[in-house]
Write a protein that binds this ligand. Structure first.
Ligand code: ZN
Length: 202
């Protein structure tokens, strides 16, 4: 399986990192080795002194598809979840500075937190509230209503480049409020009032 991630999909997050608003969705991949096994703590990697959390709504692809039209994209998923796209912000800054790819900053081991998935019917994907709490303090509070590109548009876009396969996961971008993690932080993800994951940072 593969993980397809979208960057810069919420205007306020683009502002907080002083990035430019993209003309098209920003796309990058994480390998399956990036997935943090369930129940494991997240270990801050040695190569970064500034690892950030980014809470994101996840879409699990349920069948193979290529060149999917946005109006049919909803047929390619029936489960929605929540996760974290951990990002070594200092490493990413260097990559950006030099115009280099982001993989070392985004695709390292443990950088993908994948929480519970729920049947899509129980949510309104166009107006879905999600939060990240750090040690019980609310740090990110997003709603999919603020996405620059909606889920179905993202699926249409990425499937022009990558064949989607059953089990692939789409990270749909983070809202504002991203920040650094330190040892012993506890991160809790909440999707429409449901606790979708809780992880400890070490
Ligand atoms: Zn992200």
């Amino acid at each position: 399986m593969k993980i397809i991630c979208i960057g810069r999909n919420y205007a306020k997050h683009i502002e907080e990192l002083a990035n430019e608003r993209p003309e098209n969705p920003v796309v990058f991949l994480k390998p399956d080795s990036a997935i943090l096994p369930r129940k494991n703590p997240f270990f801050i990697p040695d190569f970064s002194a500034d690892v950030h959390y980014e809470v994101e709504v996840l879409i699990k692809i349920n069948k193979v598809g290529k060149h999917i039209e946005a109006k049919f994209a909803h047929k390619y998923y029936d489960e929605i979840g929540l996760g974290i796209d951990f990002t070594a912000r200092d490493v990413q800054a260097k990559c950006k500075e030099n115009g280099l790819p982001w993989e070392k900053a985004k695709a390292f081991d443990g950088s993908a937190i994948i929480g519970e998935f729920y049947p899509k019917e129980i949510f309104d994907l166009e107006n879905l509230q999600f939060q990240l709490l750090k040690n019980d303090a609310l740090v990110q509070d997003g709603n999919t209503i603020a996405m620059l590109w909606k889920t179905d548009e993202l699926i249409a876009y990425v499937s022009q480049y990558f064949t989607l396969k059953k089990g692939d996961i789409l990270f749909t971008g983070t809202p504002s409020g991203v920040g650094k993690v330190v040892k012993n932080d506890i991160l809790t993800g909440v999707l429409d009032g449901k606790q979708a994951f809780q992880i400890k940072v070490k």
